[in-house]
Design a protein around this ligand. Structure first.
Ligand SMILES: [Zn+2]
Ligand SMILES: [Zn+2]
Length: 360
């Protein structure tokens, strides 16, 4: 016992001395960094683009309320050798960048609707994938109105584009590739989904959901190599979504815990914070509760439900338990609470559903 104690103290002393030397020696610091930086540079998430599966990762699991680590609405689908992004909420580019996928391999953006928590980082996604060497203008699909949103971001980034072309040269950063292409899609309520694109075996369809008074608002379905993923966007419980998600492997569905929202509203009212009180009273009508998301997953017969766009975003396990109250009674298994970096892999020609985390 005494020998173990002596060994532990000895090791701690050696560690502390090494740290003290490192702290003072610039030469040693540089030597350590010369070993670390090449490893960082060599890191790549391009394995996510491998053609053996359809993959989906959460690049933003939060809704408008603040959270220290979660980005806002963003879902990345990896198929046909490219990645496809549903919504670009605030901080979502950071999440995507940490997945270390080559930005030049962006396929397109699909916008569900134009609330700020779904679009705020469109300019950044466009800029960063252009800088990464994207070969063509970024396609942005969305409900009618997408032209205005794209034109606005384009204008907001116009000076930045000018500076970067002047600095790096037009051969390296062709200005014509920085221009986004807005591609409006018309999907009507109570009508079958419409085809958005068909490319290299990937089929993307859009359907109208119920996010009144935000109209139109869409969800998207991705089918690739016999596997499928549906993303709800923002919606109250919607029969159209259930129909579009029928038989899908994964349903990525928004979730708002109205019992928690009500508590926040009551506390805000007691504190005299009238604006917060009003907002908490208004928002339950156009979102789905975790229990409703579970019901939708059951009715559609999906294998896995991934909840995202979490409102309020649970800050710890206890609040997460409260957030999910009632879900297990409706759907005992086949669901998870999404987090930034949650990864679901659907190997081609199988029924397998693998849940993991994007390595970072
Ligand atoms: Zn919304
Ligand atoms: Zn939203």
């Amino acid at each position: 016992m005494r020998r173990l104690l002596r060994l532990t103290v000895g090791l701690l002393l050696v560690g502390a001395t090494a740290l003290a030397v490192l702290w003072r020696s610039a030469t040693l610091q540089d030597a350590v960094l010369r070993r670390m930086i090449p490893r960082l540079i060599a890191q790549s998430g391009n394995a996510l683009l491998a053609d053996d599966a359809l993959r989906v990762a959460i690049c933003g699991s939060d809704a408008p309320l603040p959270h220290p680590t979660r980005a806002k609405a963003c879902v990345a689908v990896f198929a046909a050798g490219r990645f496809w992004v549903v919504d670009t909420g605030p901080q979502s580019w950071n999440r995507l960048a940490l997945m270390r996928v080559d930005g030049a391999r962006i396929g397109a953006v699909f916008s569900t609707h134009f609330h700020s928590d779904h679009i705020a980082e469109l300019g950044e996604l466009n800029l960063q994938t252009w800088a990464a060497g994207r070969a063509a203008p970024l396609r942005v699909y969305g409900p009618p109105g997408v032209e205005r949103v794209v034109a606005g971001f384009q204008e907001a980034y116009a000076l930045d584009t000018q500076y970067r072309v002047a600095h790096h040269g037009a051969d390296f950063l062709p200005p014509e590739v920085e221009r986004m292409r807005a591609l409006p899609v018309v999907a009507r309520p109570n009508e079958p989904p419409v085809t958005v694109l068909e490319e290299d075996g990937l089929l993307v369809t859009a359907f109208a959901v119920n996010h009144e008074p935000v109209t139109p608002a869409y969800g998207y379905r991705f089918d690739y190599r016999g596997r499928s993923v549906v993303v709800s966007g923002d919606t109250a419980k919607s029969p159209a979504l259930v129909a579009a998600a029928r038989g899908a492997d994964v349903l990525v569905h928004e979730a708002q815990a109205n019992h928690l929202i009500a508590m926040v509203g009551e506390a805000a009212a007691a504190a005299g914070r009238e604006r917060v009180t009003k907002i908490m009273r208004d928002i339950p009508s156009y979102h789905s509760t975790p229990v409703e998301a579970a019901e939708a997953a059951n009715e559609a017969g999906v294998r896995l439900l991934v909840m995202y766009h979490l409102n309020p975003p649970p800050p710890n396990a206890l609040i997460a338990k409260v957030f999910l109250r009632g879900v297990a009674g409706v759907r005992p298994e086949g669901w998870i609470l999404g987090d930034d970096g949650t990864l679901v892999t659907l190997p081609a020609a199988s029924n397998e559903v693998r849940v993991g985390v994007v390595p970072q």
